[in-house]
Design a protein around this ligand. Structure first.
Ligand code: NAD
Length: 253
């Protein structure tokens, strides 16, 4: 069990990729702080993961709310007095009836909501965690970005692409700034993955994505989670500021 005695905070824990990440971290013996706005799914997940003989703290918060994240930090300190691993995974990807929302139709309100959750949420949780990680002299952050942050994506909207590109920039800045503190910051870039996010739109989009992918299929949440567990483990002790694609070869840059 590579992560025994570690404390990992996973945001968007109740979603497709978040559940897999949480479960794989639990399998490695890590205690968990699980955050999601979906309280019911979060409670169900935390009950399931308690069977791994770990301590689980479920925090049903909106990670874009500075006050709630600040309270979360205090609760984490109270329960564990540290956080070793943060996975900024929570995200939304608003779609129109035909997939991506045309740029001209994105309202300023929707723009702000996507930036608030996908980027500001990661900012807030990173700041809260880094305070504890610096005190500990070690830590690891993994940010879940998107191919839309690095190339044109026909299936996602401009606010989503901008938020994920921002997250990529933030990751590199933090990897440089906090490396001297023994803290590593890395990025996982999933291709199309079979989760509620992709299941909520026309199945044809996933079929087409599979055809464009050399492995001829879309990915499974566990395949993303395995990459995350590698990056936060000691096996990746010299991996910092890296961008790890998990996409079946659909983007090679
Ligand atoms: N599924 C894909 O194909 C794919 C591809 C690339 C990147 N991603 C990224 O992976 C991450 C996970 O996506 P997923 O596919 O598991 O989606 P998902 O919709 O299954 O899970 C996202 C989770 O985030 C939670 N969430 C949303 N807003 C929140 C908020 N304000 N505060 C706390 N939690 C909130 C949701 O309740 C949900 O449980 C996202 O950041 C997404 O952008 C997914």
């Amino acid at each position: 069990m590579e992560l025994k005695h570690k404390v990992s905070w996973v945001t968007g824990a109740a979603g497709g990729i978040g559940q897999s990440i949480s479960e794989k971290l639990a399998q490695q013996g890590s205690h968990l702080v699980l955050s999601d706005i979906n309280k019911e799914a979060l409670n169900k997940l935390s009950e399931k993961l308690k069977t791994f003989d770990i301590d689980v703290l479920a925090l049903p918060i909106d990670i874009s709310d500075p006050q709630l994240v600040s309270e979360a930090k205090e609760k984490i300190k109270e329960r564990f007095n540290k956080v070793d691993i943060l996975v900024n995974n929570a995200g939304i990807s608003p779609k129109g009836p035909n997939g991506a929302i045309p740029f001209k139709d994105i309202t300023f309100e929707d723009w702000n909501r996507v930036i608030a959750i996908n980027l500001n949420g990661a900012f807030l949780c990173s700041q809260a965690s880094l305070e504890m990680m610096v005190e500990q002299g070690q830590g690891s952050i993994v940010n879940i970005c998107s191919q839309a942050s690095r190339t044109f994506s026909p299936v996602t909207s401009a606010h989503y692409a901008a938020s994920k590109a921002g997250l990529l920039g933030l990751s590199r800045k933090l990897a440089g700034e906090y490396g001297p503190n023994g803290i590593r910051v890395n990025v996982v870039v999933p291709g199309r993955i079979d989760t509620p996010m992709t299941q909520s739109v026309d199945k044809e989009l996933s079929r087409q994505a599979a055809l464009r992918t050399p492995l001829r299929r879309i990915g499974q949440p566990d395949e993303v989670a395995d990459a995350v567990v590698y990056l936060v483990s000691d096996r990746a002790s010299y991996v910092n500021g890296a961008v790890l694609d998990v996409n079946g070869g659909s983007l090679m840059i």
